[in-house]
Write a protein that binds this ligand. Sequence first.
Ligand code: FMN
Length: 415
Amino acid sequence: MREQLESSLRAMLSLTFGRFWIIPLDIYQVGIRPLLFSGFKADPELLHQQTLRMLSLLDQSGDRPGGRWTQERLQQSLCLTNVRLEQTLWGLKFPNPVGLAAGFDKDGVAAGIWEVLGFGFAELGTVTFQAQSGNPRPRLFRLMRDRAALNRMGFNNQGADAMAKRLSSVSGQESVVSDQETTGNGQRTTGKIPIGINLGKSKITPLEKAATDYLGSFRLLKNLGDYFVVNVSSPNTVGLRSLQSSDQLSLILEQLQQENQGQKPIFVKIAPDLEWEAIADVLYIAQNYHLAGIIATNTTISRDNLKTQVIEATGKDVREEAGGISGAPLRDRSTAVIRFIWQQTQGQLPIIGVGGIFTAADAWEKITAGASLIQVYTGWIYEGPWMVRRILEGLLQKLEERGLTSISEAIGIDS
Ligand SMILES: Cc1cc2nc3c(=O)[nH]c(=O)nc-3n(C[C@H](O)[C@H](O)[C@H](O)COP(=O)(O)O)c2cc1C
């Protein structure tokens, strides 16, 4: 079964990445995507699971000739290395500024594959202390006309302990290959790109015990990630976003930083729907607790300016469906939040910008508004695996046009 899967994967990849890699746009966007999105009328979550299973298999097969061959083809086709895109932040070396956003690899089942696909870093999770199955299905929908997604997954994941076991077994097998593996107290892990771990609150844990829940996950995982994210911004766990308030956030960060002892960079990921005043409060807390930065933003609960009226799969009005919107409709709000943070902190608090990035122009807008790094999720689904490389090529072109020598010089220049 495994061999069969591997050989069909190889055949598919040699077709899409081998002979025809010069016209990648045609193959994914004209061929594969229409088939995946509409031809099979498949449930988006099922497609996601199958993709992840394939990537996990590919990740694990790197020490076999077939697996190695496939990974090399992918790398040749999808990766772009250029010293002008590199940055060292928090003692970590980022080969490029485009990362995978949280939510795609919630359990870290394909943690080693993201660098092969061209990403400069990847964020695993959200993982919670308790394993949990998430909200009832269907819970992930595509809004094709809006180039968006609506999800209410509800932190479905196998729990922090399972992730810790998985990541430590990988790090046990792998030799030490990167600079950052020797930094801090970390015995981390697989490859050459920084790996973040995004932590959430377990559904069964009451809000007043949230700090203990985050702390439990952090204790299990602290040696296995390069940076950590306190996710208090998902709209899909009841009451979670109330943890963005000063009192609640302080309680969580107090405990985490005490356990952390300055070893790992810790971020807070915020919602795009916060009022400016509430964001300013988070910034104050972030600086007080010596956070490494802010991840802006999570999905939005706003349904403004959507072309989609009805969710086809349920027949219900999009305003009646619970969940967060990601993709193009989120882009401008997320950029505005980034710009606000940059201005409020005079560029002193690093920002990882995420929300509605599809093109190099979108990425450039986020970086010049103040983001040191960016992340993608929905755009990658719509645009396909060549998106990262296209963005990187476009960023290099923008640097050229603006007479800049490195991406770090572009951060916040239009804010
Ligand atoms: C299906 C799905 C699941 C997600 N799950 C998580 C998650 O578990 N934790 C998290 O912090 N963000 C999660 N996100 C939010 C993304 O990380 C990102 O912040 C948001 O989608 C905006 O980026 P995008 O427009 O590029 O998708 C999820 C997004 C989607 C579409």
